[in-house]
Design a protein around this ligand. Structure first.
Ligand code: NFS
Length: 678
């Protein structure tokens, strides 16, 4: 457990511009590395957050730079708006129009990032289905058969009047074609939308937000937000919803499914987390970014006996792989490769002096990594044609899925060759925690399902009887404007203390792992009595790690399974569930927030939302959207209040379902039992 033990930075004039390690992060390993960065004179994101303040107008979401007459800035008047809001840009754009346009452009950015990732996976999937690649094969045929019907692909054929299993290669090829088609088909709507509960699908249809294809919805946002097009915040957010749904129930869900088929559906496994996973006497290779396509190959190559021998021939005891961000989560879920840290720890990994290569793909990669790498022997390798860096110490090894293993071997050998170039100044923090990760829709069914009744029967039963008060999805980034990991951990601990089962993804998952919350044993320490009892009975942690941020699609499908199992209403918005991103920072988080809200889930964001300068628009997304979709946004930077907003919503839903009394009875009987000392 993290404790604050490092003393504050010296109060010199120089230190005044540097981050205070204890104020910057709750994690001791991170604090130690920030202190080391100061000693070495290397700036990190924590210091830059101290020396550069955010633009107050941008924070409020009311700076318009969509044409060259601006930027038009419409800050809220001091003392708030009295009477009519007369603020407008040169063209007359109102604060609502500007904030809504900016907001849905963030959705476009986020949906594009997730969905383009999904498209790359679909292309690799196609190469595998066509057998053009030795490296990629259809690994999980059970998942392939489960996914195929959702894409309208038959898994059986009729031969001589008899129904037979269809050839697996044929199914894979058709799945690849149908999946790739989802990005740009000319007609119809996304096929996965029908995986949602029927009531929800009908709601989307009624609101006119069924996405047509993934790319089109993103393009339409860029068109509508161009100067002089859509000038109604309600109509703008409607398109934002459509693009966000194309992300959550389209690009992201396809990424998750196709990755599972190619690389295996995760199942629970043990691993570790935090900077302490790095080993001084090993070659340390850190993979960072989001796509598992290359990192899967790096895992495979690093396990080859001849490669391990090669590492030993260079004086290392072996190869230690680790990850940052969602590439970390991908290879954690499927191989147990430990994450070295969250988003905000990426520079610190290099500052250990023990990172022989950092291999980055796409998204959430700091350009400053190159400047930090310059101070050490670390090889910083970019691998994706759309994500290069300008600094000349960066090596670009473009990854080609047709030569995947060769590319991966080149990278791993480069890291091994670099081992002997390490300086003497290696300092790896000792801190790491054990975690159980690798959960998913299927493993929740295995652990919390029923043998004979509905598949999520045990989970539903425990929600109905009140042992589990509700379920929360707590996800998302770190943000250097708040103390690293503190809101993540405080929100999650408060939820499980109040018997709310937590599903986590992204950097929240890594933060929880670092804090030791992803172990079954943590249930007895941190949970309320009801949740603790369930976790102890079935042997699961109170916080279930479902993977990367594209794997938020697993949360949507888990919620759908809960609806299907029965007893808790007909739609996701009926369930006692809530969403949260306590330390969000990326456009992807806004896209996720919007599709989660439009799927019926009350969702609280920490830090701030870029809507505060447009109160009417903010009111629309935090209140009015509930009438359309059953879910709505909320904003609360204080983590305890944040958790209690979620709990209050869960209780409201329990009351509406008529199961609030059941919970009281269970709480009474637990207390009685405890009083009796049984
Ligand atoms: Ni999600 Fe994953 Fe982390 Fe945020 Fe970045 S890694 S895709 S965006 S920072 S959770």
């Amino acid at each position: 457990m993290a404790e604050e033990k490092i003393t504050k930075a010296a109060d010199t004039e120089k230190a005044a511009k540097l981050a205070d390690p204890v104020e910057a992060s709750m994690d001791i390993a991170t604090q130690e590395m920030i202190e080391r960065s100061h000693k070495l004179g290397i700036d990190t994101v924590f210091d830059r957050a101290v020396s550069m303040k955010p633009c107050n107008i941008g924070v409020q979401g009311i700076c318009c730079k969509n044409c060259a007459m601006g930027p038009c800035r419409l800050p809220l008047p001091k003392g708030g708006i009295q009477g009519e809001d007369t603020r407008k840009g040169l063209c007359g754009a109102s604060p609502n129009t500007i904030a809504a346009r900016n907001f849905i452009r963030m959705i476009a950015g986020g949906a594009a990032a997730h969905s383009d990732h999904g498209r790359s996976v679909a292309e690799v999937f196609m190469a595998a289905a066509r057998k053009e690649s030795d490296a990629y094969k259809i690994k999980d045929t059970v998942k392939l058969l489960a996914v195929a019907p959702h894409l309208g692909v038959a898994t059986k054929v009729e031969v001589d009047g008899e129904e037979k299993d269809r050839d697996i290669d044929e199914i894979a090829l058709e799945v690849a074609e149908k999946a790739l088609n989802e990005w740009g088909k000319a007609e119809g709507e996304l096929l996965y939308l029908k995986r949602a509960p029927e009531a929800l699908y009908e709601k989307w249809k009624k609101q006119g937000v069924l996405p047509r294809n993934i790319d089109r919805e993103i393009v339409e946002i860029m068109h509508r937000t161009h100067m002089g097009v859509d000038q109604d915040y309600r109509n703008l957010i409607k398109q934002g919803t459509r693009a966000a749904l194309a992300d959550g129930w389209g690009g992201s869900m396809l990424a998750t499914d196709l990755q599972d088929i190619l690389f295996g559906t995760p199942s629970p496994l043990q691993s570790e987390a935090n900077l302490g996973i790095m080993k001084e006497d090993h070659v340390n290779i850190i993979v960072h970014g989001h796509e598992p396509v290359l990192s899967e190959m790096i895992v495979a190559v690093s396990q080859k006996p001849e490669i391990i021998e090669y590492a030993k021939s260079k004086g290392a005891k072996g190869i230690q792989l680790g990850g940052i961000c969602c590439t970390a989560n991908e290879i954690l879920q499927r191989h147990g490769v430990p994450p070295a840290g969250t988003f905000l720890q990426q520079e610190l990994v290099i500052i250990t002096g023990a990172c022989d290569a950092m291999v980055v793909d796409i998204q959430c990669v700091f350009q400053n990594l190159a400047n930090v790498a310059k101070c050490f022997h670390t090889k910083l390798i970019t691998t994706h044609p759309i994500a290069k860096m300008e600094q000349d110490n960066v090596i670009h090894i473009e990854f080609d899925e047709h030569y995947a293993l060769q590319d991966a071997e080149k990278i791993v050998r480069m890291a091994i060759d670099n081992f002997s170039n390490r300086g003497t100044e290696v300092m790896i923090p000792k801190y790491k925690a054990t975690q159980i990760a690798g959960f998913g829709v299927e493993s929740i069914e295995y652990h919390l399902g029923g043998m004979f009744r509905g598949s999520y029967y045990t989970l539903n039963d425990n929600i109905i009887n009140g042992r589990i008060r509700g379920v929360a999805g707590v996800v998302g980034c770190n943000n250097a404007r708040t103390r690293h990991n503190e809101a993540h951990i405080t929100v999650v601990k408060e939820l499980i203390k109040n018997d709310v089962l937590v599903l986590t993804t992204g950097c929240n998952g890594i933060a929880c792992a670092m804090e030791g919350l992803l172990t079954p044993e943590s249930a007895a320490v941190y949970c309320g009595p009801g949740l603790a009892e369930v976790c102890e009975t079935v042997g699961i942690p109170p916080v279930l790690h479902l993977g990367s941020c594209v794997d938020n699609s697993r949360i949507l499908l888990a919620a759908t399974e809960v609806v299907k199992a029965g007893g808790l209403g007909k739609d996701i918005c009926d369930l006692p569930v809530a969403g949260s991103a306590p330390e969000w920072m990326s456009e992807k988080a806004i896209s996720i927030g919007q599709y989660v809200v439009a799927s019926g889930i009350y969702t609280v964001f920490g830090v701030t939302l870029p809507t505060s300068g447009a109160p009417v628009f903010e009111n629309y997304i935090t209140k009015e959207l509930e009438k359309l979709y059953g879910g709505m946004w909320d904003i609360e930077p204080d983590p305890i209040k944040h958790a209690h907003l979620m709990i209050a919503h869960i209780d409201k839903k329990r009351k509406e379902l008529g199961i609030d009394k059941a919970r009281e009875r269970v709480m009474m009987s637990m207390a009685d039992r405890q009083a009796l000392g049984l």
